[in-house]
Write a protein that binds this ligand. Structure first.
Ligand code: C2E
Ligand code: MG
Length: 516
């Protein structure tokens, strides 16, 4: 019995010990699991943190800091991966490059802060309209999209949608964009080279074009190469005096006398003959070449006036064109004044033509125009009417003349309403004390109308095309203007007799009235 009791006690003790041990183990296990959970949580948190850091680093590397959309590095990497992906072997790709073509004007008119806002809005529009296509802001004013397996019509529709969305940005600020399209033929070509081709097509879009996009073609490339060659040859041509001054006379519409002449550049191009400025000036615009050409032309004009003076020929005041690219920086004024002093030219012989499109409220431009006026240059606004600027804009500038653009004349000389507009424009200009010149007069009727409605000076093919200096000199000598003079009235003998009778009659009447 005692034995049994002892055995029971041992068993109970054993159970208690085992239970305690189990409890301890359970507690220990619980402790271990908690620790593990803690560790696991920590690990997950760290993993999240690292992911976030990687994402941030990726953003720093791939996102544009100001517009917060993908940048050039992202585009180069992603586009290359996509093009070289074996799965895309049979896919067709189209690359579109675009920019805000009037960003310079927006900055000038509304300030750089507005310019930044416009770029930001463009970037966000690109982001929202690109769908699954790869897109990026390549640099400040160049954006790209890579389309995969999309028909041309899809691409051009997307472009039009983007164009219209951007155009509707603000009723005061128009965002104008131009798009070059390159259909990728060789997927192994460098991405930058593809972007260059798209940009090349984009450069051929003219403001007057109906579409805001252009596809790259090999013909465009040929033209581009030709243009590039011309730009490269330009400086040598300046040294070789291959650019020549042509003068187009301007006539006083009352006296039919040549009162001034516009200097217009021509390029005597080997093998091609005399080239019009339209064939090469657009290539030089927006580069320093246009300024070099202007300096050259100004000096040639001063030399011509000096030659006239030295040869005792009464100088004709010469009108010289100032390209808009000068109107952001007044440095050119010193150059003009120095040339005038060097060739000892009286200020009354130089008239400067400033294009209407260069006339803005920008304080720099205003200052330039005031300085030119203070230096004694006669100032004329060229191509007036081409931009529909209101006349009162000119009131703020010390302008002496306006030259009505030939497109404005052509548009308005055909209809009654057009003529009314022309009549009012000229009347208002005269009211504001401007001398009015009209260019592009091609017909006798146009000349008569302009004379009748008060235009002072006329220029156009009706009188003369621009001519070389030698021809101009001989025209000036013989005053070809005589051919436009209305028939002179030479009284006949009968007229003379009739006039004499009238005089006799007059005195008789006077005598008789005196005697009454
Ligand atoms: P612009 O200053 O408006 O010059 C007038 C243009 O109209 C000239 O073209 C002239 O030949 C043309 N023209 C004149 N009368 C008539 C006409 O009755 N009918 C037609 N159809 N055209 C007429 P051009 O000489 O080809 O010059 C074109 C433009 O090139 C000029 O337009 C001017 O903006 C620019 N340009 C010419 N020479 C120079 C220059 O030396 N420097 C600068 N910056 N620009 C120049
Ligand atoms: Mg002109």
């Amino acid at each position: 019995m005692l034995y049994l009791f002892g055995l029971l006690c041992v068993a109970i003790i054993a159970i208690i010990v085992i239970y305690k041990k189990y409890d301890l183990m359970k507690a220990y296990y619980k402790y271990e699991t908690d620790a593990f959970d803690k560790l696991e949580g920590q690990f997950h948190r760290q993993e999240e943190e690292s992911k976030k850091q990687i994402e941030e680093l990726r953003n720093i590397a791939y996102l544009n800091a100001t517009t917060n959309i993908w940048n050039i590095d992202y585009f180069l990497e992603k586009a290359e991966k996509e093009l070289k992906n074996e799965e895309n072997k049979s896919s067709e790709f189209t690359l579109v490059a675009f920019n805000i073509s009037n960003i310079g004007k927006i900055n000038q008119l509304f300030g750089p802060t507005e310019g930044d806002k416009v770029v930001y809005f463009t970037a966000q529009t690109l982001k929202s309209l690109s769908g699954t296509s790869i897109y990026a802001q390549i640099y400040s004013n160049l954006f790209c999209i890579l389309y995969k397996d999309k028909l041309d019509s899809y691409v051009t529709n997307s472009i039009n949608r983007m164009y219209n969305t951007l155009l509707a940005y603000d009723s005061n600020v128009e965002i104008k964009t131009a798009y070059g399209i390159y259909k990728i033929t060789d997927k192994n070509m460098g991405i930058m080279e593809m972007i260059n081709y798209a940009q090349l097509a984009q450069k051929f879009i003219k403001e007057s074009d109906e579409d805001c996009f252009k596809f790259f073609t090999t013909e465009l490339e040929d033209t581009f190469q030709n243009n590039k060659r011309m730009s490269d040859e330009m400086e040598q041509a300046l040294e070789d005096h291959k650019f020549v001054v042509y003068l187009q006379p301007m006539y006083d519409l009352q006296s039919y006398k040549i009162v001034s002449a516009e200097a217009l550049v021509r390029w005597d191009y080997p093998g091609k003959g005399i080239l019009s400025p339209y064939a090469f000036l657009p290539l030089f615009e927006n580069t320093s070449l246009i300024q070099k050409l202007d300096y050259y032309m100004w000096e040639e004009c001063m030399k011509t006036i000096r030659r006239w003076i030295d040869n005792k020929i009464e100088p004709t005041p010469v009108t010289i064109n100032i390209s808009t690219s000068h109107l952001n920086n007044g440095r050119f004024i010193d150059r003009l004044v120095a040339l005038r002093d060097q060739y000892l030219i009286d200020r009354k012989y130089i008239i400067l033509e400033i294009p209407e499109k260069g006339l803005t409220n920008n304080p720099v431009t205003k200052d330039i125009i005031n300085r030119l006026h203070n230096e004694g240059f006669i100032l004329c606004i060229d191509n007036f009417g081409s931009m529909n600027s209101p006349l009162n804009l000119l009131k703020d500038f010390p302008i002496d003349r306006i030259k009505i653009d030939r497109s404005f004349l052509a548009k308005n000389s055909e209809s009654e309403e057009g003529l009314t507009i022309l009549r009012y424009l000229i009347a208002m200009a005269k009211e504001l004390d401007f001398t009015v010149i009209t260019e592009g007069i091609e017909t006798d009727e146009q000349k008569d109308i302009l004379l009748e409605i008060g235009c002072d000076i006329g220029q156009g093919y009706y009188f003369s095309k621009p001519v070389d200096l030698k021809t101009f000199d001989s025209m000036n000598k013989t005053q070809v203007s005589e051919m436009f003079r209305p028939d002179e009235y030479y009284p006949s003998f009968e007229d003379y007799e009739r006039d004499l009778d009238l005089v006799v009659q007059f005195f008789r009447n006077n005598d008789s009235s005196a005697s009454v």
